[in-house]
Design a protein around this ligand. Structure first.
Ligand SMILES: Cc1cc2nc3c(=O)[nH]c(=O)nc-3n(C[C@H](O)[C@H](O)[C@H](O)COP(=O)(O)O)c2cc1C
Length: 338
């Protein structure tokens, strides 16, 4: 039995639902080519960070200051300063070359936490050939005076600025740390988000007690971390017009199947590709096809969202029922931790 894996994601036609999420694997053109050759349906490039854009803006301001002394002299500075830049220019150059080099859509990723000052870069990404933009709003409100509604409003404004700047689809990659994910998802949906990517995974630094220092730490995910995004995808399916992308915790084909059954339009992966190499996408796809054939599914539409929570249902009861039955099973001795 042959199965059909093609699908659409925020209006983009993809050959299959596996998407390479941002990681160092897309830092070079060769890396992007290897991801495409590995079989993924689309590639999201690593993020261009707002901080890099600010550095660029500072350089530009420096240029303007110098130009007040002598405009002709400033024109001489421009190419030199632009050549020194390894941030936005290098990113846009890679994006342009990548979009021209591979058959699958290349999505640019912009890491932004403030609404102003950089949305012009979103337009540059569009001009460089990005099929879409993924807004990676990686924001940890460390200042305890910032209120929850302020944080949410910031997300909506960042999205609105980018939507105003471009005509290509815009996805928002969210963290799971909100009081009401559902309400925020619906606000972003109304503000024009073409996709919601659930969830970002914070690379939290840790404390080294020997060095008495804070040290950066990058850990790859474990499959169990997929349960939280999966729960929210199951809850949001049918509640928003935006496409739903799953990210976190895909290690084996069954994890892809789980996300699709919950209602994901596409399933993203980074940790598995870092662990096993870009060619691992074809292992995930082969496993997905085998599972679909075994279960009698011909196409993704037949299974996508099969285990989502009905939009008419009681969402709180779904979560509560899961909790209560898990606790009952644990108390009945099904789970013995010691
Ligand atoms: C080393 C590394 C670098 C990453 N860089 C980015 C990035 O630049 N932008 C982004 O949105 N996410 C980034 N991520 C997050 C991944 O795209 C992904 O959302 C996350 O790792 C969860 O998926 P996984 O469980 O398949 O790894 C990075 C993750 C890792 C491990």
């Amino acid at each position: 039995m042959t199965v059909e894996l093609s699908t659409s994601y925020m209006g983009l036609q993809l050959r299959n639902p596996i998407v390479a999420s941002p990681s160092p694997l897309s830092h070079t053109l060769d890396g992007v080519r290897r991801l495409a050759d590995g079989g993924v349906g689309a590639i999201v490039l690593f993020s261009l960070f707002e901080e890099q854009l600010r550095e660029q803006a500072l350089r530009n301001a420096e240029l303007v200051d110098r130009s007040t002394e002598s405009f002709a002299e400033a024109l001489d500075y421009l190419p030199a300063i632009a050549r020194e830049d390894t941030g936005p220019h290098a990113y846009l150059s890679l994006l342009e070359r990548a979009a021209g080099a591979v058959e699958v859509p290349v999505i640019a990723s912009l890491n932004a936490v403030t609404p102003d000052g950089w949305s012009g870069y979103a337009r540059s990404m569009q001009d460089a050939g990005a099929a879409a933009i993924e807004l990676n709003i990686y924001y940890l409100p460390g200042d305890p005076r910032i209120s929850g509604p302020d944080v949410e409003q910031r997300h909506v404004e960042v999205l609105q600025h980018v939507k105003d700047a471009v005509g290509i689809p815009v996805a928002v990659k969210l963290s799971p740390y909100f009081s009401s994910i559902g309400e925020l998802a619906q606000r972003l949906d109304r503000a024009g988000a073409d996709a919601l990517v659930l969830f970002n995974r914070f690379l939290q630094p840790d404390i080294d007690p020997e060095l008495l220092a804070i040290v950066p730490s990058v850990n790859l995910s474990a499959p169990a971390e997929g349960r939280l995004p999966r729960t929210w995808i199951a809850l949001l399916r049918g509640q928003v017009d935006a496409s739903l992308a799953a990210t976190t915790g895909v290690e084996v084909p069954a994890d892809v199947a789980r996300y699709l059954l919950a209602g994901a339009d596409v399933v993203m992966t980074t940790s598995a590709l870092l662990r096993h190499g870009p060619g691992y996408a074809s292992t995930l796809l082969d496993g997905l096809s085998t599972w679909m054939a075994r279960k009698g599914f011909h196409a993704l539409e037949e299974l996508r969202g099969m285990l989502a929570v009905s939009a008419e249902g009681d969402q709180a009861a779904f979560e509560r029922a899961g909790y209560v039955s898990a606790m009952r099973a644990a108390n009945a001795g099904a789970y013995v931790p010691w």
